[in-house]
Design a protein around this ligand. Structure first.
Ligand SMILES: *[C@@H]1O[C@H](CO)[C@@H](O)[C@H](O)[C@H]1NC(C)=O
Ligand SMILES: *[C@@H]1O[C@H](CO)[C@@H](O)[C@H](O)[C@H]1NC(C)=O
Length: 355
């Protein structure tokens, strides 16, 4: 789709007196669709607005939480569907040191930095590079040196793609152009396989391919430890319902799992399988990233969403594949520093079936 600047010209007697163009990119909604499978995305925050898939009886439902209009995404603390960065997740103390220099960042979450600061990649307008309805949407964003406190220019490309009639892939690439800088992107979609407006996800069954977590303090900053989950409320190695150990963990889950390397090769690790016995919908995920943040939307509280539906605590779950939180402050975590001339890459694939 062509990206024309929106301009208004004043003509008098056939002469253009002046033309006013909006400096900003236009915000649009872009649909990807094959068969009954469809996904809508906006270039505001590179946000996934809807994902429609059939249940076991062929009934179509939108299974991602979101707002009724793009404006809802502009004053939002949920990050519904957004592409978060430059550094997704938390950075402790809202600062880090790189090559002897201290970088101070916006403290937008209890003295820490969350999802790239007050105006991260989830709150900027991305440029639409390519849109082929039955195939893919490619969005780009150029982040300047010092943006939200981060060093160096970064050029980001995100491609959302449909693969066949039931797979949805997200390919993220970011080039560091001028200075070493941390990069960690994540897709922050909230899922409810029963339909976005079907209530809570506590009866969904999940299996997480992860034997370890990175434990956190009371502000959700990693302590630096890497602990086994076996036998704890975090253990989803065998499938069980999301809510089955909420008595031990009443606040719900908001934790980074260290993914076990599975399958063939190092590139695509199995992340999780989640299914809803009522609708029969099942989601399976794979990625090339080392971690996944499992979040059970504990902080949702009467958020008015699509169709006026009110999302309460645990209305959805997020599985945000990414590097480990606060990696810039933990030498034992995989590094997120990307040097000039190098690229960051992140691929994730969702597969939807009905059982
Ligand atoms: C997706 O976007 C298309 C094109 O803008 C629109 O016709 C359709 O209603 C949207 N679907 C949903 C579920 O919002
Ligand atoms: C933005 O959201 C905050 C609460 O999260 C609210 O207090 C404020 O009024 C909202 N602003 C607008 C312009 O909607």
């Amino acid at each position: 789709m062509a990206k024309a600047p929106s301009c208004l010209s004043l003509f008098i007697l056939g002469f253009a007196l002046f033309t006013v163009c909006k400096a900003s990119e236009e915000i649009g909604i872009y649909e990807l669709q094959t068969g009954y499978f469809s996904v809508n995305i906006t270039n505001y925050g590179a946000t996934v607005l809807s994902v429609i898939v059939p249940d076991r009886n062929g009934k179509l439902d939108d299974i991602v939480l979101g707002f009724g209009s793009i404006d809802g995404y502009k004053n939002d603390s949920t990050y519904f569907g957004a592409l978060v960065g430059r550094v997704a997740n938390r950075i402790g103390g809202a600062q880090f040191t790189l090559k002897g220099k201290v970088y101070k960042l916006p403290a937008n979450d209890h003295g820490n930095t969350l999802h790239g600061g007050y105006k991260g990649f989830s709150d900027v307008i991305w440029t639409v590079k390519e849109h082929v309805k039955d195939s893919h949407l490619t969005l780009t964003y150029d982040s300047h040196d010092g943006e939200q406190g981060f060093p160096g220019e970064v050029s980001v490309t995100v491609t959302y793609l449909l693969i066949g009639e039931n797979k949805f892939g997200i390919k993220m690439e970011a080039k560091s152009l001028t200075k070493p800088t941390p990069i960690n992107l994540a897709s922050h979609t909230y899922w409810n396989l029963g339909g976005h407006n079907s209530g809570n996800i506590l009866s969904h069954i999940i299996q997480l391919q992860a034997s370890r977590i990175t434990p956190v303090d009371d502000k959700l900053i990693p302590t630096g430890e890497i602990s086994p989950v076996r036998g704890t409320a975090y253990d989803f190695l065998e499938p069980r319902t999301i809510g089955s150990k909420f008595n031990e963990l009443p606040e719900g889950y908001d934790i980074n799992y260290v993914l076990d390397r599975t399958g063939s090769g190092i590139h695509f690790t199995k992340v999780a399988s989640v299914w809803d016995e009522k609708s029969g919908r099942k989601l399976e995920m794979r990625t090339d990233q080392p971690g996944v943040q499992f979040y059970t939307s504990n902080m949702l509280k009467d958020t008015v969403g699509k169709g006026g539906f009110v999302y309460k605590k645990c209305a959805g779950f997020c599985l945000e594949t990414q590097g480990f939180p606060d990696s810039v402050n933990h030498r034992n975590f995989p590094s997120q520093i990307v040097n000039p001339g190098q690229s960051y890459r992140h691929v994730m694939v969702y597969r939807f079936t009905a059982i």
